[in-house]
Design a protein around this ligand. Structure first.
Ligand code: FRU
Length: 320
């Protein structure tokens, strides 16, 4: 109760700045407690994300990290965040299932004076302390440019493509589409076969949507999946239909044991790296605790992974 009052008054004093020092000076014996609300742990990229975060947290004995699992449901994730607010964590990190559903509870944490770091998928407010994630428009552009090249080059590109969206309630899916469109939309010879369709970022959905699409279209030249699991699900569907050689598959994420491996095997033509913000999230949270000013947005880099560099990346990761 006492602490709460303290937080409220302090927040007024620092409202225009992202420096939270006044109410987070740590007694020698007290550890910082960071609460991280993760959306799910079933997707491989999320598993890697949590690993990256724990690895960084382990380097800091002054830090206790609590990670919750939203079980891929907005209601569960909202309850997790409510719970972390109740526990009075020093920093709250949230990687939302979808933007709209997590906005209210994010604002609640901010009102309670807790520094909030949003990771990967955003929320519909910019009142948070910081956002860390990849530039999904830039990734979409890289995929679009690559597609145009594969299909004949600017001005000459031709072909039928299938775009498999991630989760439509999330910004990364829209950004990955918009960036892609900037290149592909200029090519009158490229035809997009499907209306936007939500795969919720899941491999089985990629498989299902692709199986249905293959029944309607007898010529597909390229599939653009908004992440590697979806692209790989589509690849498996094409393989089961005996048509995988007919088309190219592009994905996003570039995890060594997934996307990069599929590229090295020739199953995907390319993937675009989408680094997890796990380690950076912990580092930035500690900066906030020390009273350092942090940037409003940190954008993580991407790179194209295809036959030219996939095996090298596997070697670097001890996988070849
Ligand atoms: C994991 C994931 C990644 C994707 C990211 C987008 O949940 O689907 O595969 O790149 O989320 O937010």
């Amino acid at each position: 109760m006492k602490r709460r009052t303290f937080i409220k008054t302090s927040v007024v004093a620092v409202a225009s700045s992202t420096v939270f020092k006044p109410f987070h000076i740590r007694a020698e014996s007290k550890k910082y407690r960071f609460g991280f609300s993760q959306v799910t742990i079933v997707e491989p990229w999320r598993v890697q994300f949590n690993k990256d975060m724990k690895k960084e947290a382990d380097l800091h004995p002054e830090l206790d990290l609590i990670i919750t699992d939203g079980q891929d449901k907005t209601e569960k994730q909202v309850a997790d965040v409510e719970n972390l607010i109740q526990q009075g964590v020093d920093v709250l990190l949230i990687s939302p299932k979808e933007s709209a559903g997590l906005t209210g509870v994010t604002l609640k944490a901010i009102d309670a004076g807790i520094p909030v770091i949003i990771l990967d998928r955003n929320v519909n407010t910019d009142k948070y302390t910081q956002f860390i994630g990849g530039d999904n428009v830039a990734i979409g552009r890289a995929a679009g440019e690559y597609t145009v090249k594969l299909l004949g080059g600017p001005g000459n590109a031709k072909g039928n493509i299938i775009e498999l969206w991630g989760g439509m309630g999330t910004q990364p899916a829209h950004d990955r589409h918009d960036g892609f469109e900037e290149f592909v939309g200029k090519e009158s010879g490229i035809k997009s076969l499907l209306q936007p369709i939500d795969t919720d970022w899941k491999q089985p959905r990629g498989y299902e949507v692709m199986s249905t699409a293959l029944k309607s279209f007898d010529k597909v030249d390229l599939v653009y999946g908004h992440n590697d699991p979806v692209a790989y699900g589509a690849y498996l569907a094409a393989k089961d239909a005996g048509r995988e050689k007919e088309m190219k598959f592009l994905g996003i994420d570039g995890l060594p044991n997934e996307g990069v491996t599929w590229v090295a095997k020739g199953q995907l033509t390319a993937t675009f790296l989408y680094p997890t913000p796990g380690a950076e999230g912990v580092r930035q949270g500690l900066k906030i605790m020390k009273g350092d000013k942090v940037e409003k947005k940190i954008i993580l880099p991407t790179k194209t992974i295809d036959a030219s560099n996939a095996s090298e990346i596997l070697k670097e990761n001890g996988l070849a």
